[in-house]
Design a protein. Structure first.
Ligand SMILES: [Zn+2]
Ligand SMILES: [Zn+2]
Length: 274
């Protein structure tokens, strides 16, 4: 059993991730244009024909910008919570009723052979969720746009082989940076985003429960650097006797395009294939 995991875009300028097998997959979020997503899939050697559904985490623009267009282009249904549908219906444009699927956080479902569990996350919108994906013993998770570490989501993600984990900002850069006071408070708040230190703490928790690969994602353009995010997590892991690169694979997801294609299998573990 295996799953492919490919972050196509990650960050406040747009998010989109491919998860699945070579012939049965989903796209999580479409925060950039449909054509950009399809083009990055092409670079990754992934076929649009394999995509069976678009799963949305929440209604913020960086997650839904191209959602309606992508669903129409691929002719696939869009899965989102009731609250997210309320927040994004207008933006998504015209979709057939059969393309609008309502899901509930905490209730799992199947896309082909892939078991999908949407789980609640603390974030400042109506009804946001992260997702876990499992096939056989293989499990991967998308955990971004999260205000704080909380059992509600860490419990769901626990046991994942690979996690795309938010590492949004460096607190010093955020405070010294150009954002208005209210926005800084929103990001720092318990329904905002995870800092690099938070990501490190979550990383320790996850590695201790079996996670073998962590991809830091949703890095802020203004308030973070990839090397700083990696260094902070490496440091927190080291304080807990976990060696990044040996005990756990640690990388980051790029903002502008494909970060790589990861193959997660129950026999070979996690390997980067592209
Ligand atoms: Zn976001
Ligand atoms: Zn958000």
């Amino acid at each position: 059993m295996e799953l492919l995991f490919a972050p196509l875009f990650s960050g406040s300028s747009g998010n989109s991730i491919y998860v699945g097998t070579e012939d049965e997959a989903v796209i999580v979020d479409a925060g950039v244009s449909a054509s950009a997503i399809i083009s990055e899939m092409g670079r990754a050697g992934l076929s649009p024909a394999s995509v069976k559904a678009l799963l949305v985490t929440h209604e913020h623009t960086d997650h839904i910008n191209g959602a309606g267009a992508l669903a129409r282009k691929l002719g696939v249904p869009v899965y989102a919570t009731e609250g997210t549908w309320e927040g994004m219906s207008r933006r998504a444009g015209k979709l057939a009723d059969s393309q609008k699927v309502r899901i509930e956080r905490g209730s799992d479902f199947y896309i082909g052979r892939i078991n999908v569990l949407p789980f609640p996350i603390p974030h400042d919108c109506r009804m946001p969720c992260g997702y876990t994906f499992a096939i056989g013993n293989v499990k991967v998770s998308v955990a971004t746009d999260i205000g704080c570490i909380k059992a509600g989501w860490t419990d769901a993600v626990t046991g994942s082989d690979l996690v795309l984990l938010e590492s949004n900002y460096d607190p010093d850069m955020l405070m010294a940076g150009p954002y208005p006071y209210e926005l800084k408070q929103r990001i720092l708040g318990r329904r905002g985003h995870l800092s690099n230190e938070d990501a490190g703490a979550a990383a320790v928790l996850l590695v201790n429960t079996g996670t073998r690969a962590l991809i830091l994602g949703h890095l802020s353009k203004e308030n973070n650097f990839p090397e700083l995010a990696l260094e902070t997590s490496r440091g927190v892991l080291a304080e807990n006797d976990i060696r990044a690169g040996q005990d756990v694979y640690l990388s980051y997801a790029r903002r502008e395009g494909l970060s790589g294609v990861y193959r997660v299998s129950d026999t070979l573990g996690v390997e980067r294939v592209i």
